[in-house]
Design a protein around this ligand. Structure first.
Ligand code: PEP
Ligand code: MN
Length: 341
């Protein structure tokens, strides 16, 4: 259920409704918009309905949330988009974020060169994996703890917030020392205990769509994070499996406007993993930005031919500044601004 407060509702009235909802055994999730506050009551619908909150002071209306995902639903925020502030960088609404960096933290030189480059070119955040989900168990799995240490250094030298993947909840305490955003990869989109743990950490989460997940499944996965009281979730379309074999994955650009209809959460696109090859990354980036994505996460490498992981899809650091400029123009088409801070 969703309890919509009057624009004039006082903090005491809001608090009173929260107490009554929780007293009925449901969890109250407060969502403060520009104008109004909405309280999402998640729990036994009958119990909440029986409270008769319609007549309570400060309450405008009590309505059911129609979708199976409640807190992710656009209805909860009356169509108002969520804007997240990640260490001073905003994403959502009119704010377009460009998250860029290598697939994997490979060495100190590679990581720091890339981080400085991203800062100089005006990227919003720095990405880099210390723990990598690899198809083959024999492939390089990432530097682990040492990778996290290098990411901390990259953050220091660039001043950019760090986005890095968590695959195992046991690594979370160490990852939380450096990550401004926890990435949950496509292969873990339905790892529900991991989603809940990331939710409980309170750290913003970048949640990638599974290789064969529907948008509803993606939103239900986001719900696991939101349910823990963590409101900072960024959804990421990164390509899905289809019958097409001419490229690695099919980038589902339709997911952008459709997710925008369904949810208030920011939606970004990963053109790199969808494409699997460099030449496709820029056209897909421009299309995603023009279609209204709230940002991109893209792989860049100072020497792609030397990369241990995902070299063929990595953009060259040397051409990145002009790429950023064109992405900024495409974002402007959709009414969004790419701003470093
Ligand atoms: C990544 O971003 O490095 C990655 C492995 O992505 P995905 O989970 O989308 O495959
Ligand atoms: Mn990669």
């Amino acid at each position: 259920m969703m309890i919509i407060m009057n624009p004039e509702a006082t903090p005491e009235q809001i608090e009173h409704v929260v107490e009554r909802v929780e007293g009925a055994g449901a969890k109250a999730h407060l969502s403060r918009g520009e104008e109004i506050t909405v309280i999402g009551a998640v729990g036994d619908r009958e119990h909440v309905a029986r409270l008769g909150l319609e007549g309570s002071p400060g309450v405008d209306a009590v309505v059911p949330i129609l979708k199976p995902y409640k807190l992710a639903s656009g209805q909860l925020r009356h169509g108002e988009p969520t804007v997240l502030d990640i260490a001073g960088r905003r994403i959502g609404g009119p704010h377009f974020a460009l998250i860029a960096g290598p697939c994997t933290v490979e060495s100190r030189d590679q990581t720091l060169a890339c981080a400085r480059g991203m800062r100089d070119c005006g990227a919003t955040m720095f990405r880099g994996g210390a723990y990598k989900p690899r198809t083959s168990p024999y492939a390089f799995q990432g530097l682990g703890q040492e990778g996290l240490r290098l990411l901390a250094e990259a953050k220091d030298v660039s001043g950019l917030p760090v986005v890095t993947e968590v695959m195992d909840a046991r690594d979370l305490p160490a990852i939380l020392e450096v990550a401004d955003v926890l990435q949950i990869g496509a292969r873990n989109m339905q790892n529900y205990p991991l989603l809940a743990e990331a939710g409980r950490s309170g750290r913003p989460v970048l949640l990638k769509r599974g290789l064969s997940a529907t948008l509803e499944e993606l939103l239900m996965a986001a719900e696991y994070i939101l349910k823990e009281g963590n409101e900072a979730v960024i959804l990421c379309e990164r390509g899905i499996r289809t019958f097409e074999t001419a490229y690695r994955f099919t980038l589902d650009l339709m997911a952008i406007p459709v997710l925008k209809e369904l949810t208030h959460l920011p939606v970004i696109v990963d053109p790199s993993h969808a494409a699997g090859r460099r030449a496709l990354v820029e056209p897909l980036s421009l299309a995603a930005a023009a279609a209204g994505a709230d940002g991109l996460i893209v792989e860049v490498h100072p020497e792609p031919e030397e990369a241990i992981c995902d070299g063929p899809q990595a953009l060259e650091l040397s051409g990145f500044a002009s790429y950023v400029e064109r992405v900024g123009q495409a974002a402007a088409v959709a009414g969004k601004a790419l701003a470093a801070v």
